[in-house]
Every structure is written in C-alpha cells, then in structure tokens.
Design a protein around this ligand. Structure first.
Ligand code: EPZ
Length: 421
C-alpha cells in the first residue's frame, strides 16, 4: 500500500486545473446501460472509482474503455443483470446501476452496498422509488433483486429522514425515462451531478423537466439512443483546492471550475476572511486578512453546505482564530478525520452530530491514517499547513476520488511525495 509524505508550511501559489466530477460520471456511466448504442463520456477523471465502474460493466458483458479522459461504452444488447458483491463492496456508488439495469433488462440484481466509514448507507428510498414504478423488489442473500414486466410512470416522494437522496434520485430518474407514462419525483436531489445526468439522458432522447429542482417530471419513451457528453467539473475537488489556498495562506487560480456550484462554501469562506474572485470558469482564492475568523457550518442537501466538504472545512476551522461548530446533518458519524487531526495538534471534540473546533495557532506533522475519501483529503490539507513531516497511510482512499491530486499540488509548491508503506 502507498503512503503520502508531506512537509507542511509552504503557501501554495499558481494555477490548478479541476478534473471532471466523480459524482457526475458514475451515474452517467450507469445511464449508458439504458441503450444498446455507443456512448462517449468526456472530461472523465482518472479515478479508481471509474475503473471499478468499468469492471462492473465488463462483468455485465458490456465493453467499456477509459481512454485518456474519455469513457467509451458499447452495451451491444448485453443480457446480464447482476452487479457482484466482490465489486460493489469496493464502491458503494455501484448501486447507481440498479435503476438503469432494471429499466433495460427488466430485472437487476445488485449487491447491497453495506455500510462504510461515514455511516449507515440505507437503500429504502431506492426501493420505494422503483416499487412506485411497478418493480417487484426483495432483498435476499445480500442482494437487491428487482424485476418488472413493464415500468409504469408514477408520482413518488423521495424525501427520507435526512432529506433527499442523490443516488435514489438518479436510480428512479433513469428508470422513469423508459417507464410508460409520466413520472413526478418530489423531494428529488438538486445536486448539480443529478442535473448533469438529466442533461445526458435528454441527449439520449429522454423527456425530462425540472432537473436541478426538488420536482422532476419525466415523460417515458420507448427507447433511448447513444450520446456524447462532457461531464461537469468536480465541485468537491474545486472546494478542496480553495481550502488549500486559504489554509496555506497562498494564492491559487483554480481553472475549469463552476463557482455557481459552490455558493454555500463560498459564503462560509468569505465569512472567515477568504477572498474569492470568480471570472468565467476560473476562481481566484487568497486570504483577505492575516488570521481567519471561526465559522459555524451545518451540512445539508444541495444547495446547502455539502457534506463532502465538511472534513476539509474542519481543517480550515482548526487553524482559525476562535471556536467553530461544524454540524453533520447528512452522515452524522462522518467524523473519522477528527481523531487524526487531533494527533496533529488540532483541538476538536465531538458533541453528538457536531464537532466543536477550537482554533489553534499551529499544527504539527504526525503519522496519521486515512479512513475515507474526504477525510483523506482533509488530512492532506492539514498536513500542508502543519509544521514538519506528516505520513498519511492508506492513501488508496484518496485515489478513489481525486485525479492526480499530489501532482497538481506539487505544481503549486506543495512538498509531497508518495512512498511504499
Ligand atoms: C452521494 O451519495 C454521493 N456519492 C456522496 O459522496 C455524498 O456524500 C452524498 O450523495 C450526499 O451528498 C455519489 O454521488 C457517488 P444520499 P448517496 O443517498 O447518493 C440517507 C463522496 O465522498 N438515505 O444522498 O449514496 C443517507 O443515509 C461521496 O464523493 C436514506 O435514508 O447519498 C444519508 O443520510 C460520499 N435512504 C442521506 O440520505 C436511502 O435509500 C443522503 O444520502 C438513501 C439514502
């Protein structure tokens, strides 16, 4: 296994390019299962999760290749419909093939994803939505087994205990495109990645309105065709680089970024004293003042503050001048990074679903362990500002969702190297 060795203390200066969105490309790849025709997806980041999705396709006898930033998918009327546990257990997002497989093959067997370090990952809303479209679904031997004679449009409310669900929305949306009649999804997820999926489906011939809002309307069609689509930039990678600039007291120009996808983060960073200037698809980030003010953050469904930026924001709060309260409303257990940050001299304690962060003057490098994708990113950020050397083990978590992150950070001055553990 690899580890990352980082020597902190260098302000980052220069230009960073953002890659395509992981959380857009995965459901968009899955949506290609809805047609027998060739689909070409571009601006695809080079990630382990993309490779995992390609392995799932191959197990379904579907030809999929990643070729320098593009994924080419040739479903060629595959009849397979099982997404194996051996693959699904490595990537929970694999569940996004459930809706497309059911709609195209009229049956699907997808392994239950199981929990992960950020907490419980229930699937009740996925099942509720697909049942509303007429699917018979049962859970047995660790698999979600679904079948249907004919999907029929329906009205379905997809709000759960924690609000909307991104991948339940993508599953129901995909299935609804081939259902007979009209489907209305209420309390749909509004994330830009859902809207990007809908744009891809519309290019395939789907009839969809209201995507990006809590109410999505779909008019089913008989079949969908192939399409070519460029994936939106990754807003979480963008936000991670923005925090790197603020944390190291540097000055970064972040290119191929969508400022309009990050309003909640920009709002909080500006409150802390970070200057953010957006021009076209570029965002410039640097502190407006020497010390940063503390901040209170609560994670919420989009357009609220993204849970995928919670750990990274905690890194910044850890060195701000005061007490910040960070409350996690989407995945209440998503605090695996706290104990590792405290090993580096942060002063954070947990109170239920909130972390109380007392800002400290400085952090010190230490050996730490990555636990999940965004916690790993937060540890990299913390290491960039800590004094001395930090060794981050189990860095494979980072490779799941960040495309060449150390190469990009080294280019703007970070002292990072990868070593065998
Ligand atoms: C997507 O996961 C993202 N993954 C996650 O990003 C992200 O954290 C999450 O949305 C929330 O924004 C991808 O898009 C591949 P949810 P998803 O269903 O769809 C509860 C990352 O780091 N829920 O929107 O699986 C659930 O427990 C990853 O890139 C139900 O109650 O998340 C959670 O509390 C991590 N029943 C809340 O909804 C269900 O049937 C939101 O989860 C489904 C979910």
């Amino acid at each position: 296994m690899d580890k990352m060795v980082i020597c902190g203390g260098t302000p980052l200066h220069g230009t960073i390019e953002v890659s395509g969105s992981k959380n857009a490309v995965l459901p968009i790849m899955a949506a290609a299962l809805l047609t027998d025709e060739r689909c070409v997806i571009t601006n695809v980041p080079d990630l382990r999760d993309v490779q995992t999705m390609i392995r799932i396709f191959r197990a379904l006898d579907i030809k999929a290749v990643f070729d320098g930033g593009a994924v080419i998918i040739e479903p060629k009327s595959s009849k397979k419909f099982i997404a194996e546990y051996s693959l699904v257990k490595t990537m929970r997002a694999s569940i996004c093939v459930l809706g497309p497989l059911l709609a195209k093959q009229k049956k699907a067997q997808v392994s239950m994803p199981g929990g992960c370090v950020i907490g419980q990952r229930p699937v009740d809303l996925h099942i509720k939505g697909l049942r509303a479209l007429g699917a018979e679904i049962e859970i047995k031997h660790g698999y979600i087994s679904a079948q249907v004679k004919k999907l029929r449009g329906a009205n379905v409310f997809l709000g759960g205990a924690y609000g909307s669900s991104v991948l339940a929305t993508t599953n129901v949306l995909c299935a609804a495109t081939l259902a007979e009649g009209r489907t209305l999804i209420e309390n749909a997820a509004c994330e830009p990645e859902v809207a990007d999926l809908a744009d891809f489906l519309i290019k395939m011939g789907a009839k969809i309105r209201g995507h990006g809002t809590p109410t999505i309307e779909v008019e089913g069609v008989r079949q969908l065709g192939g399409a070519t689509h460029a994936v939106i930039p990754d807003r979480i990678e963008t936000g991670t680089h923005m925090i790197a600039a603020a944390l190291t007291d540097g000055d970064l120009l972040i290119r191929n970024a969508r400022r309009d996808h990050l309003s909640a983060l920009v709002d909080k960073l500006e409150q802390m004293g970070v200057g953010i200037t957006a021009r076209g698809e570029n965002i410039r980030v640097k502190r407006r003042q020497r010390t940063l003010k503390p901040v209170d953050v609560t994670t919420l469904p989009y357009p609220g503050f993204p849970t995928d930026m919670q750990a990274q924001m905690m890194s910044l709060a850890a060195v701000s001048d005061g007490i910040s309260v960070i409350t996690e409303k989407i995945f209440p257990d998503r605090f695996m990074h706290v104990s590792e940050m405290n090993r580096m001299g942060a002063d954070i304690f947990l109170e239920g679903a909130s972390a109380i962060v007392r800002g400290v003057k400085k952090l010190s490098g230490a050996p730490v362990m990555a636990s999940d994708l965004r916690a790993s990113a937060a540890l990299v950020l913390t290491a960039l500002v800590a004094e001395g050397r930090t060794d981050i083990s189990r860095i494979y978590h980072l490779d799941r969702g960040y495309d060449r992150i150390e190469t990009k950070l080294i280019k703007v001055g970070a002292k990072i190297r990868r070593e065998k553990e």
